[in-house]
Design a protein around this ligand. Structure first.
Ligand code: ADE
Length: 225
């Protein structure tokens, strides 16, 4: 899967993609991440990509022209399945949306800044608008990193243990059950006997019951969906 991420602060995106799972996914050739500096498409030699809002008001608006030219260059090279705009007024991200995106081949992620992009960009170029939660970030970059990370980890072959993404919280509509590892007794804090019993089917049943109980207590809204 290929990601083209358009940003006016590309440095913010260096780190999230250069570690552990996401780094390995790129090394394995399963994911291709390209970060683009929107300022390369600025309208003048001062690097201008934003301007005052028509009608007045505080805050700058990202201009349509640099974005249009950047998108045209990308689209001349290949077809894109989605142009995703990161914005706090987008659809709130959840595992279902992540799963759907993970089936795509080429996606563009556009990071907003300041007061956001000229509305015509949203109307004419953007296919999906995503928020990572009901709070406002300084820009879309951290949101883009969250979105890409969540997608990448479920692409087949990215995780060594194939079943591990399938047993994540949310994947079956439930929160994940508790997990334990050695030692079985640490300063009197013990592990549930069932997990040491070696009885596979019983352990699966226990995990399922724990997942349901945890979901009922912490996120009852998930059980009603
Ligand atoms: N840009 C600013 N805030 C955001 C949010 N909550 N989600 C996605 N992009 C954003």
């Amino acid at each position: 899967m290929r990601f083209d991420i358009i940003s006016c602060q590309p440095d913010l995106l260096d780190s999230p993609f250069s570690h552990s799972i996401v780094k390995r996914a790129q090394q394995k050739g399963l994911v291709d991440i390209h970060i683009h500096d929107l300022r390369k498409y600025a309208i003048n030699k001062h690097g201008q990509i934003d301007d005052y809002a028509f009608g007045g008001g505080a805050g700058m608006v990202m201009m349509i022209e640099p974005i249009d030219r950047m998108l045209s260059d990308l689209k001349a090279e290949r077809e894109y399945d989605a142009v995703i705009y990161m914005t706090p007024d987008g659809q709130t991200l959840n595992q279902k949306i992540v799963n759907q995106f993970s089936l795509l081949r080429n996606v563009i992620i556009l990071c907003g800044h300041y007061k956001g992009v000229d509305e015509r960009v949203r109307q004419h170029y953007v296919t999906h608008e995503i928020s990572i939660g009901d709070y406002v970030l300084s820009g879309g970059e951290l949101g883009a990193a969250v979105l890409a990370d969540a997608i990448i980890r479920i692409i087949p072959g990215v995780l060594n243990d194939e079943s591990s993404a399938l047993t994540d919280s949310f994947q079956d509509g439930l929160l994940a059950p508790p997990v334990y590892t050695r030692p079985a007794d640490y300063k009197g804090m013990t592990v549930p006997d069932i997990l040491l019993s070696g009885d596979g089917p019983k352990i699966e049943q226990w995990r399922f019951e724990q997942a349901v109980e945890r979901t009922r207590q912490r996120r009852p809204d998930l059980l009603n969906e």
